[in-house]
Every structure is written in C-alpha cells, then in structure tokens.
Design a protein around this ligand. Sequence first.
Ligand code: DOR
Ligand code: ZN
Length: 393
Amino acid sequence: MSSALLTLPALIDPHVHFRVPGGEHKEDWRTGAAAAIAGGVTTVLDMPNNNPACTTKERLEEKKRLIDAQLAEVGIPLRYGLYLGASEKTVSEIENARGGYIGIKVFLGQSTGDLLMDNDTAFEEVCHTAARLGTIVAVHAEDEKIMQNLKASLSPESLTNVRVHSRIRGREAAITAMKKAIALGKKYGTKLYILHASTKEEVALIRQAKHDGVTIALETTPHHLFLNESAYETLGTKAQMNPPLRTPEDQAALWEGLMDGTIDTIGTDHAPHTLEEKGQPYGKAPSGVPGIETLLPLLLTAVRDGKLTLDRFMAVTRTNAEKFFDLPSNDDTVVVDMNTVRPVRGSTFKTKCGWSPFEGWELVGWPAYTVLRGKKVESTTASRRGPAKGGRK
Ligand code: DOR
Ligand code: ZN
C-alpha cells in the first residue's frame, strides 16, 4: 500500500521519567530526547522521583543544568518542564522554588524512589499553599495505608506472583486517594492534575468533580488504555507498573472518558527500567514501563480502527496539556505515515532500556519525521532494520 503522510501538531507528553539524576543507566536526556522526537513528542514534563529526589530549588537548578548539557550534547532542543517533588519536610520549597517548576508532584502512595506523602495534614498544606500561589498539584493517587493493609492480609506465597500486584494496589486505594484530592481541590480551589487514572470509578469521580466546578484535569496512560490484567500471563513483571493494570471493564470506561472529554490528557508515564531489572522476580522487579515511542502509533491505530477521533486525539495529546499547564504555543509538527503497518520492536528504539510492553504489535502512524523549532529531525526508529539486539543495560 502506498504511504499516506499526515501532518499533525507535535505531541506533549506531560508525564515522563527521564531519570536524571541518579538513574542514568535506565535513561538520560540524550536517549530520552531522541526517544521523544522519534515518537513525535517535542515537549515533555519530567517527574521528580530522582536520586536524590528533586524537592528543592537547589536540586531543581542542578537538574536543569544537567539536562541542558545533555540536550546540547545531542543537539536536540527539546521543550521541557520539571515537576517539584513534594515532601513533608520541604513544603516551604513550593514558594521558594516558584517559577522554576511546572507543578508540584505528590505521591500519595509509594512507587519508584523515596518520595511519599502519607500524611494528610502535609498534603492539605501542599494543596493550600499551591492554591495560594496558583500552582498545579499533580497527584499520584494511590493510598499508601490501604495498600500496606492489603499487602499484610495476603499470604507470603501469593506475594511471589506478579498478578498479586493488581490486588495489593487495589482499586480502593486509587479511589480513596482520588476522593481525598478532590475534597482538597474543592476546599481550597487548588488546580489539580490527576495522573494515570486506571479505574472506571476514577473516571466517574472526575466527571462529577468537573460537573461540580472543581478545576481538575485527568490523565490516563497508553498502557491502561491498551492492556489489562491478562498481560501478566505473557509479560510477567514487564506488565508491572503503578497504578497497576486493571480489567477490560476499566479499559472500556477509560476509552469512554477519553471520548466524552472526562479524560483530558494522555501521559505515557515513560518509566524505563532495564530488562535485567525487570527480569527479577516479583517483589524485586521495579514498577514501570517505557512508552514514549509507542504513544503515537498506538493512538493513531486506534484512530484508524474508529476507537478515537482525530479531534480527540489532538486534544488529549497536545491542546489540552498546552492550555492546562499554560505552555507557550509553538509550531512543532510530526509527519506520520497512516498506511504502512509496522511491528513494535523495542530493541530498535532510542530509549536506553530497549524494550516495550507492546512488542510485536502491528501499528500504523509511525512518525516519518518531527519538526522541532523549525528544524526537521528524521525519525530513524520506524525505519531501522536488522536483527534485534536485545535489551541494553
Ligand atoms: O510504574 C511506575 N513507575 N509508577 C510510578 O509512579 C513511578 C514510575 C517510575 O518512576 O518507575
Ligand atoms: Zn510516573
């Protein structure tokens, strides 16, 4: 079939983990930026669960210096924003570091790294302060105490199978945490950005909150849209992420929310870990999957299949994030091929981790090239051929 090239606004990924500083063996901004461009993404918002965690003005400034040096090295002037991590001891940094971050990131449940806010009073203080300063609070909504209790109630044997991940991090944890965030948003008028919604109940809660006039935006991820718990059978710990995969019914609710405007954005939660790390048994393997190079073809294949309209695609991958985070507008574009079907091959990707949970999926809409700040950057990912090299460490 002949190629059908289509020019689209380049994508904004409001949720990536490019691992600088402290996780450079998984990803850095040389490989992360190349992966973004190969995926048609020209703006990323990067998370603070680094090592050390990015919780102060000083650490933000140091992180920016490292990023700018790496981007200069590879000659990719990627657009980016950084989140400031919230911790109980550094709430004053919200004001101190003002102007240097795109939003405050709160982990209500533990995930990769040591950022955690399981103290209700501190979370309330963060929401209150952020509202006063007009700053966005981005919430990882999973309740730590509920997850700890669920884990304690399970037998040691059951804790060895990765499928238990979806039980430990059960839907109640997500629903409770989201209710807490919405209540504070209502109380203080905080601008809330709810990350990676995974359950049908969360979609319903946000639909209601928007109806009630709360300033809130909802994100979901490609993996929660395209995968469900059955993926543990084939992918094992490669299907382990936080929040975990859910049921086909939840997936259907996410697609509905995407189409009716309840879901505002798709963030990849690009969370690279090496194949070696992911190959460890459950309990040792870290949570998270890479996604920045498969976002565009997954969604455009859904457009081809009639599951998503091109209008909604552009809203959730670009314009909604631009508006909500008040990003300066730009003319970046991505040119995609809607006719050529190609399989996902993680080993050909630019991301340092070199694998994908969508390995082998036959997709359309791979980028031919991306235009960043008026300059054309060829995408070699889709056209690179040759035997798989296996994961890089
Ligand atoms: O699966 C996840 N991985 N969820 C998170 O919240 C963090 C992320 C990571 O940084 O690896
Ligand atoms: Zn994340």
